[in-house]
Ligand binder design. Sequence first.
Ligand SMILES: NC(=O)c1ccc[n+]([C@@H]2O[C@H](COP(=O)([O-])OP(=O)(O)OC[C@H]3O[C@@H](n4cnc5c(N)ncnc54)[C@H](OP(=O)(O)O)[C@@H]3O)[C@@H](O)[C@H]2O)c1
Length: 282
Amino acid sequence: MQIAVTTASGKLGSAIVNRLKLEIGAKNVIGIARSPGKAKSLGVEIRKGDYNSKEDFVKALKGVDAVLLVSGMDHPDKRIQQHRNVIEAAKENGVKKIVYTSIVGAEEGNAFSPIVVSNRQTEEDIKKSGMQWTIGRNGIYIEPDLEYIATYKKEGGIINCAANGKCGYTSRNELAFAYFKLLTEDGLLGGIYNLFGDPVTQQQLAEAINKAYNLTLSFKSVSVEEYVKERQAALGDFLGTVIGGIYEGIRTGKYDNSSDYLKVTQRAHKSLEEMINDYAKG
Ligand SMILES: NC(=O)c1ccc[n+]([C@@H]2O[C@H](COP(=O)([O-])OP(=O)(O)OC[C@H]3O[C@@H](n4cnc5c(N)ncnc54)[C@H](OP(=O)(O)O)[C@@H]3O)[C@@H](O)[C@H]2O)c1
């Protein structure tokens, strides 16, 4: 059984490669990376794969039984075709199963929606591909918030436009365990699964960070307009708009959903406190 993982040089791709190595052995895992040199230290066979090149994937997917397609980072109008390059190359190579890392979120109503819509299109493309498939819809990663603690301290707290909305967070390691199951458990085939822990408010997030790091951060909610403007100034138009849209989605309840993590993995998703403690331990 050869399982290939795209974006093996990225944080999610590498976490999934590492989990698969533990579970099925390094010789059964192939990492595919746009920049193969960056993925060498994973200790598995690495092949080249840029989402813009179907040719790359026609070569990279030779002899592969199952492929994990990690959603790309490009603008939504480019992503659909990039993902199709992988799907088509997989079909041409007789790959039996494709698993896709999609995203939770609203298909309309906020600035993140175009990205959600592009993910939904890839879900449809995968369902129609004729291969066996499973799809995970990832919750919001907790790690970026924890990488941001120094900034939160400088700014005196967590400031965004989420108000009292709840968000189901996850971590890349929790996702890696779920994707190992989605790649290897036939009972999960043909399903779309929400992957995150119990939804929490930004106030609860601030309290959990304070407890783990012995801090006194508070949470302050601002208007959507104010937050989007501030994020665009800090991160540029594309990323600032995307981040603003995610927090607007939290504010309006779009990330307060029920999770299928237990069904997929047969164990509870880690709590917010556990994920923060894991991150703090490094
Ligand atoms: N759920 C969430 O909260 C959340 C947050 C952010 C992103 N995401 C989604 O989750 C995905 C994985 O996240 P991550 O944390 O692993 O991101 P990451 O660490 O930034 O990794 C991104 C990966 O995408 C690769 N990549 C970029 N353009 C590519 C292309 N044209 N062809 C092939 N590979 C390409 C990068 O390759 P190089 O090493 O060559 O640059 C890198 O390996 C993202 O791509 C995004 O769709 C989800």
